[in-house]
Ligand binder design. Structure first.
Ligand code: ATP
Ligand code: MG
Length: 159
């Protein structure tokens, strides 16, 4: 039941100075950061990360968005971490994401607007969609030596 999920604070989150606020939500929920680094993604790497979307009409805009500045990559660990993180992040379109979710609280971009502009939806954050995707994405983004095992106070005193 203890899982790991890959989370990216995309360039819009970094440039808006929201890294601390977003990480705080995950820490408050008891999720443990076991890997953290800042990466400026190049085109080739973006194509690997978003391989499933390469043929989609929105891909060029997505590649432009993910390479336009550094991202903060995180591996979060916890009970049902993949599902928990997705729930906290909310659905893809910020306009329909409910208040209380990260995308709903910090953005309001819509498909209607991005379709007209030919840009990707700016939704601040990427989170692995399922356990298999999480394993692949963590392998792509992090070396084993960049992932850490330690005990939090929750594990020592709360669980
Ligand atoms: P992510 O994988 O980033 O966590 P997601 O799983 O909610 O997001 P995906 O369908 O995997 O959504 O799409 C990846 C990213 O591509 C989205 O987060 C968004 O930035 C962008 N995107 C997806 N669909 C569209 C679209 N129809 N128009 C514009 N951008 C889109
Ligand atoms: Mg996805």
């Amino acid at each position: 039941m203890i899982e790991r999920s890959l989370v990216l604070l995309k360039p819009d989150a970094v440039q808006r100075g929201l890294m601390g606020k977003i990480i705080c939500r995950f820490e408050d929920a008891g999720l443990k950061a076991v890997g953290v680094k800042m990466v400026w993604v190049k085109t080739e790497f973006a194509q690997k990360h978003y391989a499933a979307h390469l043929e989609k009409s929105f891909y060029p805009g997505l590649e432009k968005m993910i390479t336009e500045g550094p991202v903060l990559a995180l591996v979060l660990e916890g009970l049902h971490a993949v599902e928990t993180v997705r729930k906290m992040v909310g659905p893809t379109e910020p306009k329909t994401a409910a208040p209380g979710t990260i995308r709903g609280d910090f953005a309001h971009h819509s498909y209607e607007y991005t379709d007209k502009k030919g840009i990707a939806i700016k939704n601040l954050i990427h989170a692995s969609g399922n356990i298999a995707e999480a394993k692949e994405e963590i392998k792509l983004w992090f070396e084993d030596k960049e992932l850490h095992t330690y005990e939090t106070v929750h594990e020592k005193h709360v669980f």
